[in-house]
Design a protein around this ligand. Structure first.
Ligand SMILES: [Zn+2]
Length: 407
């Protein structure tokens, strides 16, 4: 206590020592004046000066603090505004994305429904195709459903609902793909059993060869734009349709209800010259006027005379397949006419280089004569697949003009 009071006294003494009585001489115009400034006055002035300084410092500090606070508030308001703007932008982006996804899904749904209707009609897809799709999925990455994780989990509920819808759509697409592949596989086996190369047929068709082919509606590359699974589906549909249409186009119907000379295709001695010659067709001997029937559905492309063949009718079956009926005695069809399998197109005769009434029947694949025997001797199971395909392709052909008109 004593040390504290002595310390205080020490400071008071030091403070008092700063102020001592001063006497100042002031000379003005020859007069000398005495000015005495006492220590007490000095202390008072110093005190007032100190107070003023203190007050000024206080005001300055207050102003500074106020400014600090104001700028902080301003920054906070600016931050809030920025956050609101960002949130609005995000919501707008979500909304745009939702609208975009919805439009995309709508387009996909339209395409899926169209494919389903065109290729499977109103019948439900085979149920075994679903398990086949599941089993098939690992081997075919393109068939796997699209990743729906592209959609932000923080998205609004409507976007989540769209994601679920997309997943369901992908599942249906995979189901459809499996069904298409199943049908294509059947057609492929049948086509191969008829002696044709399925891979070459599809390749030729893809390259634009092989006669008229009505592909599914749509712009090229559209399926690509709809996603991997749609591109895979489109490819599978193309393959299925080529194989099925080829199957339908294969002339496996009897061109006349008479027995054929089964050994007549190939090299043999020419009945006129006796020299070895290629006989590019099958002969069907029978009575004059025997009805000649289209061996497959198609369009009559030639009715008239050809050197050596006499009276000839040719029918284009599409997929590069053409049948030629020769040595005819009469015609019952016109060029441009659409004919069904088994429909009469001509009458048997002996015109051209012929030794007697018979039908010369030729099948040409992309302009090259092939032995029609395998087609005519097609087994029941192959014919069953063919009949099935004919029904489907027929339904598709019937729907085609309307679709072409709509394009
Ligand atoms: Zn012949």
């Amino acid at each position: 206590m004593s040390s504290q009071s002595s310390g205080l006294r020490h400071w008071r003494e030091r403070f008092s020592a700063l102020f001592q009585d001063h006497e100042i001489f002031i000379r003005t115009h020859g007069h000398v004046r005495f000015l005495r400034i006492s220590a007490v006055w000095q202390k008072r002035v110093a005190l007032i000066a100190g107070l003023v300084l203190f007050a000024w410092a206080g005001v300055t500090l207050a102003v500074f603090v106020n400014q600090l606070l104001t700028s902080g508030e301003r920054a906070e308001v600016a931050a809030k505004q920025a956050a609101t703007a960002a949130s609005e932008a995000r919501i707008a982006k979500y909304r745009d994305r939702v609208a975009e996804i919805a439009a995309d899904l709508d387009e996909r749904q339209g395409q899926l429904e169209e494919w389903k209707k065109d290729y499977f009609g109103d019948e439900p897809l085979p149920t075994d195709a679903k398990s086949a799709a599941a089993a098939d999925a690992p081997a075919d990455p393109a068939a796997k459903p699209l990743e729906t994780s592209a959609i932000d989990p923080r998205l609004p509920p409507e976007a989540q609902a769209l994601a679920r819808l997309e997943a369901r759509q992908e599942a249906f697409s995979a189901h459809l793909l499996a069904a298409v592949k199943g049908r294509a596989a059947k057609a492929e086996v049948a086509v191969a059993q008829l002696g044709l190369d399925p891979t070459a047929l599809v390749r030729n068709a893809a390259a634009g060869r092989g006669g008229p082919f009505i592909p599914f509606r749509g712009r090229p590359g559209q399926a690509d734009a709809l996603g991997k699974s749609f591109a895979a589906l489109e490819g599978a549909l193309f393959r299925m349709e080529v194989l099925e249409r080829t199957l339908v186009a294969i002339p496996s119907g009897q061109p006349a209800h008479v027995l054929m000379l089964s050994s007549s295709y190939g090299y043999r001695s020419d009945p006129f010259t006796g020299a070895g010659a290629m006989h590019a067709g099958l002969d069907f001997p029978g009575p004059l006027g025997t009805p000649i029937l289209a061996a497959a559905p198609g369009r009559v492309t030639f009715v008239g005379q050809k050197s050596g063949y006499g009276n000839v009718v040719e029918v284009d079956h599409g997929q590069g397949i053409l049948t030629r009926y020769a040595h005819l005695s009469g015609f019952t069809s016109r060029v441009g006419e659409q004919v069904a399998a088994g429909q009469q197109i001509a009458k048997m005769g002996s015109t051209g280089r012929s030794t007697g009434s018979h039908l010369h029947f030729e099948v040409r694949l992309n302009g090259v004569a092939v032995n029609p025997r395998r087609f005519l001797e097609a087994k029941a199971d192959v014919l069953e697949v063919k009949a099935d395909a004919r029904q489907r392709v027929g339904a598709l052909a019937a729907a085609a003009p309307a679709r072409r008109g709509a394009r």
